[in-house]
Design a protein around this ligand. Sequence first.
Ligand code: COA
Length: 113
Amino acid sequence: MLSIGVDIEDISRFENKNLRFLKRIFTENEISYCLNTNKPQQHLCARFCAKEAVIKALSSIGENKPRFLDIEVLKKENGAPYLNILIDEYKKYNILLSISHENNKAVAFVIIE
Ligand SMILES: CC(C)(COP(=O)(O)OP(=O)(O)OC[C@H]1O[C@@H](n2cnc3c(N)ncnc32)[C@H](O)[C@@H]1OP(=O)(O)O)[C@@H](O)C(=O)NCCC(=O)NCCS
C-alpha cells in the first residue's frame, strides 16, 4: 500500500517563537539543528510541514494520528532529511520525506510505503 501527504505553511508563523512554544512541537534534535541556522524560522516551518504531511499520509490509510513530538526530522550527512518515528505503532512503514523552503513558504511531501 502507498499513501501520500503534503503540507505548505507560511514561514512567518515560526518567527521569534520562544523555547516553550517550540518544545511543544519540535524535538531537542530539531530545535538544536534549526536554531543553529541563519534562518531558523524556515527550517522550523519545513519540519512542521513534514509532521503535518506525515499525519495526513497516515490518516489517509486509516491510521491514528501521531502527535507532533512522535515525528522527528533528522538529516543525513549529505543534507537530505529523513524521518525518525518515535513510537512503534508506525515502524512497519517506510516513510519517505522531501522538504523545501524559501523566504515566505515551506513545503513538505511524504510518501508512505
Ligand atoms: C540538494 C539541493 C537540490 C537542495 O536545493 P536547495 O534549493 O538548497 O533546497 P531547498 O532550499 O528547496 O530545501 C532545503 C532542504 O532541502 C533538503 N536537502 C538538502 N540537501 C539535500 C539532499 N542532498 N538531498 C535531498 N534533500 C536535501 C533539506 O531538508 C533542506 O532543508 P533543511 O536544511 O531545513 O533540512 C541542492 O543543494 C543541490 O545540490 N542542487 C544541485 C546543484 C547542482 O548540482 N547544479 C548543477 C550545476 S548548475
